[in-house]
Design a binder for this molecule. Structure first.
Ligand code: ADP
Ligand code: MG
Length: 286
């Protein structure tokens, strides 16, 4: 598989001299074409800063980012980002279809091709028939589907997602996770998603990159040996899943015995809550 993204020795520092805050430190990794890679790290560790550097939204203070071999110096045409906050990323005065078509205006597509792309992308995320509604007429989960459709309609070489499911309820999060995996496999997209949620990183990823506390650097790059076909209940119960989430938790919490115990207690509690949510989501899908 060709390399889609290459990040080499990335550093980012906000401010100058004594007031400088180092957010990203000597960070290197690659993502192969067609891969769904998750980056997991605690809040404030520098995940959004890293994604902003990759997206060309800010210039890193050191290191390089390359997308399919081209050095990133500004926002690349063939890159799309989905942010956590759907309510601020959609235009309330544009219909759902117009929101999805909006970024296509800068491409080479005709008006009817743009309309068709938006229609297909909305159908792909289960929103056929909502074209003429406005974002504020939709639930939070549906609005985030619109954001995903808008990103997909551009057929980006790389889709970056910054905690995209952190603002929706647990059942909706499960539905959106499964939607993302299905669409990513159907379209063969390359996705880099950051999250602070250990379980989400393992459930979604073909690979999990674990970040250190601030400043962010990579402490582990773990392949996820789960089957491609995943299920919110059985996958999360499988031995492979449980052992991998334990490993990620240990790495994130620095490995002291107390920290590991605290993490595993929290994980057990989480699991009970998440199982209930998964069962409810399944029930609703019937
Ligand atoms: P995360 O997304 O992992 O929660 P961020 O990348 O948003 O972390 O932030 C990493 C660190 O950099 C935090 O300490 C944050 O306060 C700081 N930071 C983020 N953006 C800025 C900024 N524009 N100016 C100064 N400091 C910032
Ligand atoms: Mg963030």
């Amino acid at each position: 598989m060709p390399t889609m993204l290459e990040v080499t020795g990335l550093n980012h520092r906000y401010g100058k001299d004594a007031e400088a805050h180092v957010a990203v430190n000597e960070l290197s990794f690659t993502v192969q074409a067609g891969e769904l890679a998750c980056i997991v790290g605690p809040s404030g560790c520098g995940k959004s800063t890293l994604l902003r550097c990759i997206a060309g939204l800010i210039a890193p203070t050191g290191g390089t980012v390359s997308l399919h071999g081209d050095r990133v110096t500004g926002v690349p045409d063939d890159l799309a980002v989905v942010f956590q906050d759907y309510s601020r990323s959609l235009f309330p005065w544009l219909s759902v279809a117009r929101n999805v078509e909006f970024p296509l205006r800068w491409g080479k597509l005709s008006k009817s091709e743009r309309r068709e792309r938006a229609r297909a992308a909305l159908a792909e995320v289960g929103l056929a028939g909502t074209e003429n509604k406005y974002p504020w007429q939709l639930s939070g989960g549906m609005q985030q589907r619109v954001s995903i459709a808008r990103a997909l309609a551009r057929r980006p070489a790389l889709l970056l997602m910054d905690e995209p499911f952190a603002s929706v309820d647990a059942q909706t999060r499960f539905e959106l996770e499964d939607l993302l995996r299905r669409v990513q496999r159907e379209q063969g997209s390359t996705v880099l998603l950051v999250t602070h949620d250990i379980d989400e990183s393992v459930y979604l990823g073909d690979r999990v990159l674990v970040l250190s506390k601030s400043p962010a650097s990579i402490v582990a790059d773990l392949p996820v040996g789960l089957p491609a076909e995943r299920d919110q209940i059985t996958t999360r119960e499988s031995a492979e899943f449980v052992s991998l989430r334990g490993e990620v938790a240990r790495l994130l919490h620095g490995g002291s015995p107390e920290a590991v115990k605290a993490a595993s207690d929290a994980a057990e509690w989480d699991l009970a809550e998440q199982e209930a949510a998964a069962a409810e989501a399944k029930e609703r899908a019937r």
